[in-house]
Design a protein. Structure first.
Length: 499
């Protein structure tokens, strides 16, 4: 087993994930990342705001105390404070602190002066002697103290003894647990809201993705139900988005497939139908061929004639099969007078008839000169087959400005075509009966080829059967005139040249 075979078998064994699920997974991943980023960023911003608020509060309290130390007066004496204890006591009585804020005064004797109110912490700082000692005896002026009971943000101001009897320390302690719990609570709420949003996104995304991808599933279902025998199913197209464009493209592809399979089946049916007779003739003559030279010669002649007829039938069928291809006709600007004259010259060699160049149109036409010549020669050959030697056959072209069309025609003076055969003769392997009651010769593909060439031109073109004045049939190749003013332009140029 090759590597490619093993990879193909592995890919087939893996479970398939539908586009709907993939879209939903990607949407959930993007939403999860976005909502998590929003929640995390919000928590970070709120935590930074809490930190700044605590820092401003500590700085404010220590600044107010330092200013009170320099400018404060004892309300009893009206003079500066003489003791740190008295200074701390008066200052603390005048302060309104935050619920999580603890203001303390510590004097050298070890006693602690505080405001009489409850602190929400499980262990206030004034009861935690060890923590208070580390703050007052350290060299830092502010910091953070981590305790099992919670974090404390602190700042202190030392009262120098000076002329006072004792030194002291003013301590501002902020129990940050409740403040820091706010961003965490907001973070949890945002996560809960994000979870609900993700659930709603799952439901809405599943429904929307299903609605958007419904035409894609319909394309897949239709493709799975298509067979060579049934190519008629089509996808209903709704809207003007990319999915509807996909459905239109798929329908167009089905149209091409249906035409291709129809052409293939028709080719096989036509070939089997028409080739069966010559094959039977060839086999019968070969089986009955005698030993005499005359018998062999006659058998070879008959077999060769049938093989030539089979070859012509196959070539004509292949040509009709190519008519379904977009490059069957390659139009280009062609001089109409030159094209008409070229057809007339080639048709004159088909038989001894009274060939007449009936009319020649001027100007250019957008057409495939080789295909048009092939169609016109086929019409001329058809006229030869249905007329006697010396009969008149007219070839010409004319421009119809009012209809914006160009006509090339072959008119004969034969027995004509019955009215009931006027449409029949353009079908494959169908031959009309002449007015004398005989069947036309050939395989019945010539006029089908002419019709295919006409309809292969953009517009599309067409071939028409018209009665001929005095008796006979006129076959007209009608092509759209893409340059209706070309003749007038040429006349204007000639007038300018003369001038």
């Amino acid at each position: 087993m090759t590597t490619a075979d093993r990879a193909d078998r592995t890919s087939r064994s893996l479970p398939r994930i539908s586009a709907r699920v993939r879209i939903l997974l990607w949407l959930l991943v993007v939403m999860t990342v976005a909502l998590t980023a929003v929640a995390t960023t919000t928590r970070s911003i709120l935590a930074r705001d809490v930190d700044h608020r605590i820092s401003r509060l500590l700085a404010q309290e220590t600044g107010e105390f330092a200013n009170f130390v320099e400018r404060g007066r004892d309300p009893e004496t009206g003079r500066p404070f003489t003791t740190a204890r008295r200074l701390l006591h008066v200052f603390l009585e005048r302060q309104y602190s935050d619920p999580d804020e603890e203001l303390l005064g510590v004097v050298d004797s070890g006693s602690v002066i505080r405001q009489r109110r409850d602190i929400p912490s499980t262990l206030p700082l004034h009861k935690d002697k060890d923590a208070l000692r580390r703050i007052t005896e350290g060299e830092a002026r502010s910091g953070t103290l981590e305790r099992p009971e919670g974090e404390i943000r602190w700042s202190r101001v030392t009262i120098e003894p000076g002329d006072r009897t004792e030194a002291g320390t003013f301590v501002v302690a902020f129990h940050a647990d409740r403040e820091q719990a706010g961003p965490d609570e907001v973070f949890r709420i945002l996560l809960a809201i994000s979870g609900v949003a993700l659930l709603l996104t799952c439901g809405i995304g599943w429904a929307v993705a299903g609605r958007i991808l419904a035409p894609v599933r319909l394309v897949r279902t239709t493709a799975a139900q298509l067979t060579e025998q049934d190519l008629t199913r089509r996808i209903p197209v709704q809207g003007r988005d990319d999915i509807s464009a996909l459905a239109e493209t798929f329908n167009a592809m089905l149209d091409r497939l249906e035409r291709a399979f129809a052409a293939q089946r028709q080719f096989v049916d036509d070939a089997g139908h028409e080739l069966r007779t010559p094959i039977t003739i060839v086999r019968g003559h070969l089986e009955l061929m005698g030993d005499e030279p005359e018998d062999r010669e006659e058998t070879v002649r008959v077999v060769t004639d049938e093989l030539d007829r089979m070859s012509r039938i196959v070539e004509d069928l292949l040509l009709l099969a190519k008519a379904e291809r977009p490059d069957f006709v390659t139009p280009e600007p062609v001089q109409l007078a030159e094209l008409t004259a070229d057809v007339f010259v080639k048709a004159r060699t088909l038989g001894e008839r009274d060939w007449q160049l009936d009319g020649v149109a001027e100007g250019t036409v957008l057409a495939d000169p080789q295909r048009v010549t092939q169609a016109m020669v086929q019409l001329a050959q058809n006229a030869v087959q249905h007329t006697a030697p010396g009969a008149r056959v007219r070839i010409g072209s004319r421009r119809l400005p009012e209809e914006r069309a160009v006509e090339l025609y072959v008119a004969d003076s034969g027995p004509g075509v019955r009215a009931e055969d006027s449409e029949l003769i353009f079908e494959r392997f169908r031959r009309g009966t002449t007015r004398r009651g005989t069947r036309g010769s050939g395989a019945g593909l010539g006029l089908s080829i002419v019709k295919a060439i006409a309809e292969g031109h953009p517009g599309p073109g067409r071939v028409e059967l018209r009665p001929t004045e005095g008796g006979g049939a006129t076959f007209v190749l009608v092509l759209p005139d893409s340059a209706p003013d070309s003749a007038a332009e040429e006349e204007e140029e000639e007038v300018e040249d003369r001038a």
